[in-house]
Design a binder for this molecule. Sequence first.
Ligand code: ADP
Ligand code: MG
Length: 342
Amino acid sequence: MNMKRTEIGEIGEFGLIDRLSEALKTKQQSTIKGIGDDAAVIDCGSSYMVITTDMLLEGVHFDLGYCPLKHLGFKAIAVNVSDVAAMNAIPKQVTVSIGLSNRFSVEAVQELYQGVEAAASHYNLDVVGGDTTTSRSGLIISVTAIGEVPKNLIAYRSGAKKNDIICVTGDLGAAIVGLQVLERDKQVFLSNPNMQPELQKYEYVVGRQLKPDARMDIIHELRELEVSPSSMIDVSDGLASELMHISRLSDKGVTIYEDKLPIDKQTYDTALEFNLDPITCVLNGGEDYELLFTISQEDFPKLEKHPDIHFIGHVTDADEGKLLVTKSGTTARLKAQGWKHF
Ligand code: ADP
Ligand code: MG
């Protein structure tokens, strides 16, 4: 027996998942994709079903000192829908499991579920089950989402081709900047939960942290425009980290341009106020829940004028590596240092 003790921090979250999945070879013919993408892919005959799970823990992913329960319920669904979207699929059902301590009243749990219900109607999906247990370490909420996609439209992390254009939706970095504002103002929130300090000044960035919206609008538009991304992932850990996944799994290099990266003005200004480099927030911030995808050059004219899709770079041969061309024209190696919990 191997008695060596390895700390999780030594290999990281992704290293741990890789190690666990080595021993879990798939057996079923209907398992098209197991561990390793935003969702698993199951053959259902005429279409593919995608399945994904994400768990949110109090004290790790959220702080009830400033995260209203209703927003938390919405976010728990939205982050799972975002993984369904990342497969180019449409969400249909979710299950919702909660771990509760006696600190929570029936009314508090109902408030959480008002957010779940709001998200279920926003994304047009059904809550079809779940589990309820006791927790000794704060609130736990775990959601599993199921979605559907025509077989020819499935988008993996691994499909990027040389010369494809790298696209990202919306703007990046706001959620991590919003978190800084909330952390700073935590004491104010704790002493008076109804008080929203300088809400207007930080409204956008705080909203992006507390109420992320999965980009299902983009998935529907891509279908209407008949654009099928060659690869796709959602931005949960940070742009640089997600680019690493696409690059590694597609066995390609990527080059992105600093001056093409989308950042909102309030994000930029607030980052500076907190002595953070705005570009670092964009590259490594995480929790933006935007979509990062690649398209063929041929599809570019169909998206060229889209107001909320940004073209940030292109796919290269693997040996060119992962590069960031800065505003001054110098080239730097892209490093991923997502906000890891280990
Ligand atoms: P995402 O950020 O898109 O939610 P993750 O990085 O959480 O993706 O997970 C990557 C892959 O690893 C997914 O396929 C996920 O299902 C799988 N995975 C994560 N944790 C485990 C686990 N404990 N056991 C098996 N598979 C896991
Ligand atoms: Mg994901």
